[in-house]
Design a protein around this ligand. Sequence first.
Ligand SMILES: NC(=O)c1ccc[n+]([C@@H]2O[C@H](COP(=O)([O-])OP(=O)(O)OC[C@H]3O[C@@H](n4cnc5c(N)ncnc54)[C@H](OP(=O)(O)O)[C@@H]3O)[C@@H](O)[C@H]2O)c1
Length: 266
Amino acid sequence: MQWYTGNTFYDTLLIVGFLYALMIFVSSFYGTAAYGGRFGGSGKSKGIKLGSKQGWILMELPGLIVFPIVFFMGQNSDQIVPLFFLAVWMFHYTNRALVTPMLMRVAPGAQGTFAFNVVIAGWITLFMHGYFNAEYIANIGTQYTVDWFSDPRFIVGILIYAFGFTLNVYSDTILRNLRSKNPAPNEPRYKIPYGGAFKWVSCPQYLGEILSFVGFAVMTWNLGAVFVLAITVGNLAPRAMVTHKWFIKNFEEYPKERKALIPYIW
Ligand SMILES: NC(=O)c1ccc[n+]([C@@H]2O[C@H](COP(=O)([O-])OP(=O)(O)OC[C@H]3O[C@@H](n4cnc5c(N)ncnc54)[C@H](OP(=O)(O)O)[C@@H]3O)[C@@H](O)[C@H]2O)c1
């Protein structure tokens, strides 16, 4: 991977980005991001709180906007390999910013739990993420000729991406279906998820998300993708642990053999 691109603005911002990722990782051990019914706090706690659907859509929208704008300013934006990565990107963020939030089932009477500072942190990440990747893929990177489609890094990367994305969406679907479409007021808000990779871990949706970004980093072979992988691990590894502990604390019958994020290990 190219550590020094010669573009001073890009290289400096990338260093800032990695320092930001480190900060997110360290701060996640002092408290996970304030969103969702378990960790978002009640609607009466301090600061602006949005509903889950609104919070997710608002936070993730820059993912659908920044990348294409920067991409089409790039000199290689008419090349087939960069265009392929554009398609993967839009596919990924259409799911994350629109499909998943719209399908989300909100618990009856749930107050806003999506803290606005989480939205701001998401914007900072997505602006940098969109810029780093689009600028590298459509402008700076020189490896993306048509031969890249037969490069082992591309082939292995796309396979990891497809596996991670499928695991993420499948696990999100299991979680979603735990709640009825129109939940009765006395329906418990949370249940124990079973099926798929929940057999092994409490948060396969997070494992899938992390693997998606591993795949994207391998198939594009650029540090901008490693940046978002670092942010994602920094966010989701500690959150998987607090979610796992939450399940153990709240369900006596929670399967003992389940790990937090990595089957058999952690
Ligand atoms: N790239 C990143 O850095 C990043 C960061 C965060 C999330 N994500 C991805 O975004 C997606 C959503 O993440 P998330 O943290 O919101 O996931 P989550 O905690 O699993 O919640 C997703 C939805 O499922 C519901 N839910 C969760 N556990 C449940 C249970 N045991 N019983 C019934 N309903 C349950 C939640 O309800 P409540 O809202 O009522 O809790 C929420 O509506 C995931 O695919 C995740 O991988 C990516």
